[in-house]
Design a protein around this ligand. Sequence first.
Ligand code: SAJ
Length: 416
Amino acid sequence: MKGVFSRVTMVGLGYIGLPTAAVMASRGLEVIGLDVDQGAVDTINSGGVHIVEPDLDIVVRSVVTTGNLRATTIAEPSDAFLIAVPTPFKSGHKPDLSYIQAAANAIAPVLETGNLIVLESTSPVGTTEKVAQWLAQARPDLSFPQQAGDQSDIMLAYCPERVLPGYVLQELVNNDRIIGGMSDRCSQRATELYKIFVKGDCLPTTARTAELCKLTENACRDVNIAFANEMSLVCEELSVNVWELIALANRHPRVNILQPGPGVGGHCIAVDPWFIVDSVPESTQLIRTAREVNDGKPQHVIKRVLAKAERFKSPSIACFGLAFKADIDDLRESPALGICRDLASQLEGTVMVVEPNIDELPESLKTLSNVRLCSVQEALKEADILLGLVDHSEFRTLNPESLVEKVVIDTRGMWR
Ligand code: SAJ
């Protein structure tokens, strides 16, 4: 049942916006995808996708063919506007809200009485209120919830995305959603929209609580990963196998330790906790320290590799994996990428990158003459040191015999 919504605009057609637009379109809504990237707009309008996510290509092709989804760079009137644009940080870990502000500016001229605006981008507490203020300045002819409460012409809510890359299409439908309306009517209207495609529960709250809830979820995961990473340092010093230790500790009914790795990557867990620290710096020692523990891990890995490399005259190091986690092609904030780059610039030798999910090296590695992309077989044949950075399925199933002659540093515990 579509009810009051027949046309919805998705602002931002990235890793969250495009799947959300496609899923809404597959439920019969007319969805307009608004993006500043003309290349992405053209790709989508021709039925293609510019990001990798299982089955997304099939859904996008289908909804573009039926005419339910089309992309544009120019805003059009709609019943609802969802905003899923990036919120990176600037220097000093300060949140950069410029993409959200640009999105608000883009839709302001086409807003009409009765419209709903939902912010999905991960944001510091108070951002939805800021969006409402920007829009009120741009459209003094309309009333907003901070002025008119439940009677406002325009309704605003914050509803964080919570999907896991690799499982986006399932999680978009099945996960529970937090709906933080700026008034009760805003929450009700946003719930009506999400109920068109969400099977999970829609849980109403305030916009500020919803904003902090999203940051809390990712900060919680970051702190837990930091604990695992710290234990991996402890284990190295005490000659204990951290993977065995964690597996055994997790047999306690109330212990559930996550897995250590070469650092925490991606555009969420490595970024979002800073938004809490930036808002309340005096009260966030644990969250800040966890960030520092996780951010310190790549340097620790580099030191270990360089120490092992000393015994070779011109060592070749095969780095297994470049993505920020297993079985995806996303290199954003990837610790593996930074490790490969720093190793290549500090090493008198060669870095062989094995990354089955990409066809060419990213710019930051292309410019280094001692780095090349190669196959698993080449790496196993030629490299002196095998460095496991990402536990892609292709690497987890390697024959253990192919590793025995080599110096192996496995940051993911995949070759135990
Ligand atoms: N990692 C570890 N050890 C672990 C788990 C993860 O080192 O035990 C590393 C990964 O290798 C990766 C990083 O942490 O480098 C982040 O990976 P992730 O799988 O924990 O999370 P993301 O960034 O892919 O997605 C997270 C999810 N948040 C939570 O699980 C609380 C997802 O639900 C959010 O929607 C997403 O952030 C987001 O967009 O905010």
